[in-house]
Design a protein around this ligand. Structure first.
Ligand SMILES: Nc1ncnc2c1ncn2[C@@H]1O[C@H](COP(=O)(O)OP(=O)(O)OP(=O)(O)O)[C@@H](O)[C@H]1O
Ligand SMILES: [Mg+2]
Length: 285
């Protein structure tokens, strides 16, 4: 199979539409981020985190937001999660404006401590299903075991989080999110705190899981390599405040192409695009 070169966004969205048409599906994007500016307001000042960012995520996309630290990636994810309202623009899921958090959008964070330690692994996965009254106890337990099996942790259902490694805890967090069967799974640097080998393994597993479940993923990272491996589409954000710089089609890359010439040249091109702007002059007091 030939490896697809990185293409401008227009070409990518065209191929998307073609694929959707072939399947006879509606071509409307699942998630639309439309001209969205996000700000933090403190009594002293206003910090603009993103400036008029737009992108569309289609069903079963693995859409990656890539950009340097502080460019507003986490803030964008929180806004899609419904935790921060845009000061400008709109976020829509299935054409409906996002105004609050909802189980149709679940976030997996970077931190290993996102699992309440007093609950067993299975109870952790069951908890949102029960709290949101999505399922009764018996069905929640069955679904929890189903997704724990998918992440290879069925045997660990009855242990507590402190008995797990960092990678295993992240697998539990992923199982817990997938068990809710969200319309969009939001991941904020979920593997950033793992060692390099475990990180690669988790990337591979996430792709295998996607092959099986075909969930829609919005994934945040500041690693160019991770973006190319995990994503089928990568949005590049400029440094603070984040603006859309470009979109790259990365569906031809996988862990197997990591290190290959085309992978390296695309990674280099992305690096150049991300950092091409001259650094702003530093104000001297
Ligand atoms: N609670 C907050 N109050 C005020 N400013 C904030 C707050 N959280 C983030 N910011 C600012 O908003 C901007 C975007 O932050 P954000 O955390 O979204 O960046 P990021 O791209 O996720 O960075 P990183 O890769 O380091 O996680 C930064 O300038 C940051 O200082
Ligand atoms: Mg962040």
């Amino acid at each position: 199979m030939s490896t697809a070169a990185a293409l401008p966004s227009g070409i990518d969205s065209l191929s998307h539409r073609e694929r959707e048409r072939e399947r006879g599906q509606d071509i409307a994007p699942l998630l639309q981020v439309d001209n969205v500016s996000l700000e933090y307001r403190t009594p002293e000042r206003v910090v603009r985190a993103t400036h008029r960012v737009s992108f569309d995520v289609h069903a079963a996309d693995r859409f990656v937001l890539l950009g340097p630290s502080g460019c507003g990636k986490s803030t964008l994810l929180k806004a899609v999660g419904g935790f921060i309202p845009p000061v400008e623009g709109e976020i829509r899921l299935d054409g409906q404006r996002v105004t609050h958090p909802d189980p149709d959008r679940i976030v997996v964070f970077q931190e290993f401590d996102q699992l309440p330690p007093w609950k067993t692994v299975k109870q952790n996965v069951m908890f949102p299903l029960l709290a949101s009254r999505t399922l009764g106890k018996k069905e929640a337990a069955e679904r929890a075991l189903h997704y724990l099996d998918k992440v290879g942790l069925a045997k660990f259902a009855d242990v507590h989080p402190h008995q797990l490694s960092g990678g295993m805890k992240q697998r539990v967090a992923i199982a817990r999110a997938l068990a809710m069967q969200p319309r969009v799974l939001l991941m904020d640097e979920p593997f950033a705190a793992l060692d390099a080998l475990t990180r690669r393994k988790m990337q591979q597993e996430l792709l295998e899981l996607w092959d099986e479940v075909r969930f829609t993923l919005l994934f945040v990272t500041h690693s160019i390599e991770e973006a190319l491996v995990v994503g089928n589409r990568v949005a590049l954000l400029s440094p603070h405040p984040g603006r859309m710089r470009a979109e790259v089609n990365s569906h031809g890359f996988s862990l197997a192409s990591h290190g290959g010439a085309e992978f390296q040249s695309t990674a280099q091109r992305i690096h150049d695009m991300l950092f091409e702007e001259e650094p702003e002059a530093v104000a001297v007091p």
